[in-house]
Design a protein around this ligand. Structure first.
Ligand SMILES: Cc1cc2nc3c(=O)[nH]c(=O)nc-3n(C[C@H](O)[C@H](O)[C@H](O)COP(=O)(O)O)c2cc1C
Length: 477
């Protein structure tokens, strides 16, 4: 499908009767939640196509977007925020894209979510995307170590002064000058009083919307969302002319309507249900998963999406018990994936560039335990997905073929001298052998699972593939 067809195929906006007050930005009530990895461009486009009123970007950390160059990509009609130093010369071009948007479809409906613990960095990061999005949202709910150890995400709930400083700066320096709504996504605190006192302070910053993930920070995703505080939070928000959106266990547009009606919130946000089938935004009900997967694949190709994330999302869209699941898990190219799906597809040079490299050219990696790891070796390892990219936006980066092989270089890094040399070598050899053993163990485990596709094994394989693809992230929020 060509770009103009994609645009034409968008569903008309749906509006619900609610207590909402007029506000700048999009009008609409049922939206796609921010989701690292799962909320990339094709998933956002599909959600809009099926009826989502707005879509949140995956969280991008302030330092990840700062320093990006804004590149208009005429081939795909996208705007790419590209970081030069992510993939040094020789790296695959897509590894440099920190954030990609398709303005023809998304611009009025895309909220960019930023991860931050610092007002100045938040402002600097938000300014980079301000002209290309419909709002900026601050993530104040992620409980995962990578967020909270640096004061971001849910850590901001424990440091409200900093959260307020961030939101105030964003409203003053990015929101007001660009007429851009600023919002925040929080979690519940332990008591209603604590939550309301935080919400009251947030409302005074000039934000337009607070989304409440109806779980407390320690709660895991599988624990049912708590809705008992919602009505009180919504009333307080409305008293300050701030919108309140609910999130947590909302599975469909019908659920969204029910939550809006019952709790008086202005909108509802869907995450995991949309990750599994974005047609949950359709008023008419879910489409069969196969139709959605095929559409996802076509959209991914249409917008030049990268292979590993395409595979990651397909793994969520295809039920584990589906007969093609195992086959899909083994694919390493778009062509192979199209073959398994039975979708018409002609491979192009650009598509092949976004697939995992099969052969590594250039210097061979030193054997584990050897001292020197050159820059070009690191590049080769990164290109093959053997090491995670470094840097603050590694969280948003891709992992080669989507099957991350954790191989680290010797931690002593440099060659040991004289007396220490022998000792260092032994230690390196020990570490090398542990790494080799772990790799072999992992390979054996995977092989065994693939050879015995019983029902139990299939579910283990699903878990293993999903873990390899980084879906531990799901546990994060
Ligand atoms: C794969 C995945 C990635 C997520 N990434 C983010 C994120 O980047 N920012 C954020 O605020 N929440 C993130 N979340 C949390 C969701 O936005 C949402 O709050 C949570 O899943 C609860 O909604 P649900 O019950 O509809 O799944 C993520 C959730 C999942 C499953």
């Amino acid at each position: 499908m060509r770009l103009h067809q994609l645009i034409r195929s968008l569903s008309p906006r749906r509006t619900f009767a609610t207590t909402t007050m007029p506000h700048p930005g999009f009008v609409g009530k049922c939206v796609l939640a921010p989701m690292v990895r799962s909320g990339e461009l094709p998933m956002r486009l599909l959600s809009l196509k099926y009826g989502a009123d707005a879509v949140w970007s995956p969280e991008v950390v302030d330092k990840g977007i700062i320093g990006c160059e804004r590149v208009v990509n005429e081939k795909y009609g996208t705007i790419d925020f590209v970081k030069g130093n992510l993939a040094p010369q020789g790296g695959k071009p897509d590894e440099r894209i920190v954030f990609r948007t398709l303005p023809a479809i998304e611009k009025e409906k895309l909220i960019f979510q930023i991860g931050t613990a610092n007002p100045e960095l938040a402002v600097e990061g938000a300014k980079i995307v301000a002209k290309d999005v419909a709002g900026i949202d601050v993530n104040s709910g992620c409980p995962k170590h990578f967020s909270i150890h640096s004061g971001m995400g849910a850590a901001l709930l424990k440091n409200p002064d900093n959260l307020i400083a961030i939101l105030t700066s964003l409203v003053r320096e990015v929101g007001t000058p660009n007429s851009l709504p600023i919002s925040v996504k929080i979690r519940l605190l332990d008591t209603l009083e604590e939550t309301l006192s935080l919400v009251e302070r947030i409302c005074s910053t000039g934000v337009c919307r607070i989304t409440v993930h109806c779980r407390t920070t320690p709660m895991r995703p599988r624990e049912p969302a708590i809705r008992s505080q919602l009505s009180a939070i919504a009333s307080l928000c409305h008293a300050h002319n701030v919108q309140c959106y609910a999130n947590g266990d909302i599975k469909s547009v019908t659920d969204a309507e029910a939550v809006i009606a019952e709790h008086g919130v202005d909108g509802a946000m869907i995450a995991t249900a949309a990750e599994a089938n974005p047609s949950c935004f359709r008023s008419e009900g879910l489409l069969p998963w196969k139709d959605v997967v095929d559409e996802y694949f076509r959209t991914a190709i249409e917008v030049g999406h990268y292979f590993s994330n395409t595979k990651f999302s397909v793994a969520h869209l295809v039920p584990g018990k589906a007969s093609i699941y195992q086959e899909l898990a083994k694919t390493k190219t778009f062509e192979a994936m199209a073959g398994v799906l039975g979708v018409e597809y002609v491979s192009t040079e650009e598509d092949r560039m976004r697939e995992p490299q099969q052969k590594v050219k250039g210097p061979k990696p030193n054997p584990p335990g050897s001292a020197k790891v050159t820059k070009s070796m690191q590049r080769s390892q990164k290109a093959t997905g053997m090491v995670k990219p470094r840097g603050e936006n590694a969280q948003n980066a891709q992992h080669g073929d989507g099957l991350v092989r954790a191989v680290s270089s010797s931690p002593n890094g440099e060659r040991k001298e004289n007396g220490q040399q022998q000792q260092g070598k032994k230690r390196s050899e020990r570490e090398g052998s542990v790494e080799r053993k772990q790799m072999t163990d992992n390979q054996n485990k995977r092989q065994k699972i693939l050879e015995e596709p019983t029902k139990r094994q299939r579910s283990r394989e699903r878990l293993s593939v999903a873990e390899d693809m980084g879906s531990k992230m799901s546990e994060a929020f």
